[in-house]
Design a protein around this ligand. Structure first.
Ligand code: 13P
Ligand code: SF4
Length: 352
């Protein structure tokens, strides 16, 4: 099927389904799909907006942890679907629940403070369940600092996982002293410049391969070529890259900052390429350049064809009882993982 044909079919399926379906899409999703989406945003906006929708079906165009987050916040009668279940996130798999429990036990036994888990939404549901069970909260890239600080202000230490970079970049903004920061390695060895007993933040050593590719050298070259350039990067980038940048923020913050910038301004952006490319097209009165072309392969697995097939399966439901593809959460993690997601929403929304 050619692209025009699929577009008209998707448009007509959406007309048939009216308000019974909502299509949220993350900023990293390809532009042709974004154009069909009802909600476009960063992980936090998508989670929050999905929690408010009354649609019977939420067809989530993003990676699996995002759709699982929507499932945890959805009403029991709603169904959450993904166009393919093969869009995962390697970062989300960088710590499993049993290793997290082991690390948490070890940290709690060595640290003088009560330890609260803060788990990045880029994680599997089992880890979210671990987080809720120990009265912690999920965070996204737009609110990690706020969530960590909430627990620090309660006199607790924080065990942050799985993304080291988001953790260290947030710790720097919060000015947590160097000797109170601990790196937790995969073999559970603990690296600290001070005493572990007095540490306030423990950072798991995971990373995102898409954001790891950006270097200080990319920034140096762009600054050499464009002396007036402003650099904005995602907090999953390495600390030294963030330090060499002018701004750091979630995808929504990046979009808003560039959208509101004066005409003629020049931007170097350190995040997923499809998103950077779309901003360059949409804000053609500004110069928007990637630090480097770095794509999220998993986001790329959401295609026009599989979005169309999912919508078709919704139209045919329940006669043909085969939804493509329903996202479910194992019952053993559901209550605690949901609690951890709600803890994030209440910390963020109550402190606005
Ligand atoms: P956002 O919080 O900006 O949506 O980031 C999610 C993500 O996966 C970045 O790689
Ligand atoms: Fe996961 Fe990185 Fe892709 Fe974000 S960009 S979804 S963290 S692999």
């Amino acid at each position: 099927m050619d692209i025009q044909n699929i577009i008209s079919k998707i448009t007509s399926l959406k007309k048939t389904l009216k308000d019974s379906v909502v299509i949220p899409a993350h900023h990293y999703i390809k532009s042709d799909i974004i154009a069909q989406a009802d909600i476009v945003g960063d992980s936090y906006k998508l989670a929050k907006d999905c929690s408010k929708t009354h649609a019977d079906f939420i067809l989530f165009c993003g990676v699996k942890f995002m759709a699982e987050g929507a499932r945890l916040l959805a009403k029991p009668n709603q169904k959450v679907l993904m166009p393919t279940l093969l869009a995962g996130c390697p970062l989300a798999e960088m710590i499993d629940e049993s290793t997290a429990c082991e690390a948490y036990k070890l940290i709690s036994s060595l640290c003088a403070y009560e330890v609260a888990p803060v788990v990045y939404v880029n994680s599997n549901v089992a880890l979210k369940g671990f987080c809720g069970k120990h009265n912690g909260a999920i965070c996204t890239s737009s609110n990690a600092g706020k969530i960590i600080n909430t627990y620090l202000n309660q006199g607790k230490a924080v065990f942050f996982s799985p993304d080291y970079n988001l953790g260290i970049n947030s710790a720097r903004i919060l000015q947590i002293p160097e000797n109170q920061i601990v790196i937790v390695k995969k073999d559970l060895s603990l690296l600290c410049k001070g005493s572990i007993k007095n540490a306030r933040i423990f950072l798991w050593d995971g990373c995102c391969y898409v954001h790891k590719k950006f270097t200080v050298e990319h920034i140096r070259k762009l600054r050499e070529q464009y002396p007036n350039i402003q650099i904005i990067v995602h907090p999953e980038c390495d600390e030294e890259v963030v330090l060499q940048s002018d701004f750091v923020g979630s995808t929504q913050t990046i979009l808003n900052t560039i959208k509101d910038a004066p005409e003629g301004s020049i931007w170097g952006v350190g995040t997923e390429y499809h998103f950077v490319e779309r901003m360059a097209q949409n804000f053609s009165n500004k110069t928007i350049l990637p630090l480097k072309i770095s794509c999220c392969e998993d986001m790329g697995r959401i295609t026009f064809q599989n979005v169309y097939e999912s919508l078709q399966s919704i139209v045919q439901y329940p006669e043909k009882n085969r939804l493509l593809y329903e996202v479910t959460v194992p019952i053993e993690y559901y209550t605690n993982a949901k609690k951890a997601m709600h803890n994030m929403l209440s910390i963020v929304e109550d402190n606005k």
